[in-house]
Design a protein around this ligand. Structure first.
Ligand code: SF4
Length: 224
């Protein structure tokens, strides 16, 4: 797997030293979670966001609001989840504006619209895609409730890597999926050239009908 950029490690070390030694702060933010919109182009069965955030689907943060939020927070890393942030027409300006402030941006996406981003966001060390992939083809397509998404997302990931983008992944673990599925997936992602993989148990949104799919705390600890 490719390594995280050294500039990220150095930037974080400098930030921590500055906060502790110069500003004498004990608590300070590492990461801002910035959601420029909540709308998504998928309707995954385990996702409660798309139920709970319906009232704000028509709302967008402006470029100025996003840049101001990053400035106000001051964190060196800005994570942009959604919804699907690539739906936002000015996502390129938002990402580049935050990078120009000297921060690192991790943009979460389901991978369907990544090819649009190639025209809007430059490949650079301070930027990484984080692609939502919950398993190999059949498991992932079932998780996102749409056939063909795994093929499309992984084709875009390959293209992104070939174009010089940093690509990471985010995998949600649901009850009933066999451990070997994740072994196969992570081997596959490593061979593809993915930089890093985040995993977490599914968040048990109260609005999701099938509560059985969420791991209990003890099951999640055993899976780890
Ligand atoms: S892609 Fe993400 S935000 Fe969209 S429905 Fe699926 S889990 Fe929810």
């Amino acid at each position: 797997m490719p390594r995280r950029p050294v500039s990220l490690e150095l930037g974080m070390a400098t930030y921590i030293a500055k906060k502790h030694l110069l500003e004498r702060k004990e608590m300070f933010p590492f990461t801002l979670m910035l959601e420029p919109l909540e709308l998504c182009n998928l309707a995954c069965s385990g996702c409660g966001r798309i139920q709970e955030y319906k009232d704000v689907f028509d709302k967008r943060l402006t470029v100025e609001q996003c840049l101001q939020a990053a400035e106000d927070c001051g964190a060196p890393i800005v994570n942009i989840p959604g919804g699907e942030p690539l739906i936002h027409k000015q996502i390129g300006e938002i990402v580049q504006g935050i990078i120009d402030q000297g921060r690192f941006v991790y943009l979460c996406t389901n991978g369907i619209l990544m090819d649009r981003a190639f025209e809007k966001i430059t490949a650079q060390k301070r930027f990484a895609f984080v692609v939502h992939i919950d398993g190999m083809e059949s498991v992932h397509d079932q998780a996102v409730d749409r056939a063909g998404v795994f093929k499309k997302a992984t084709a875009h990931m390959r293209e992104a890597i070939a174009r010089g983008y940093r690509v990471c992944t985010n995998t949600t673990i649901f009850r009933g999926t066999q451990p070997q599925e994740y072994v196969d997936l992570f081997v596959h992602l490593k061979e593809m050239g993915v930089e890093g993989c985040i995993t977490s148990p599914g968040f048990d949104y109260a609005s999701v009908t099938d509560q059985h799919q969420f791991l209990a705390r003890t099951e999640a600890q055993e899976a780890a």
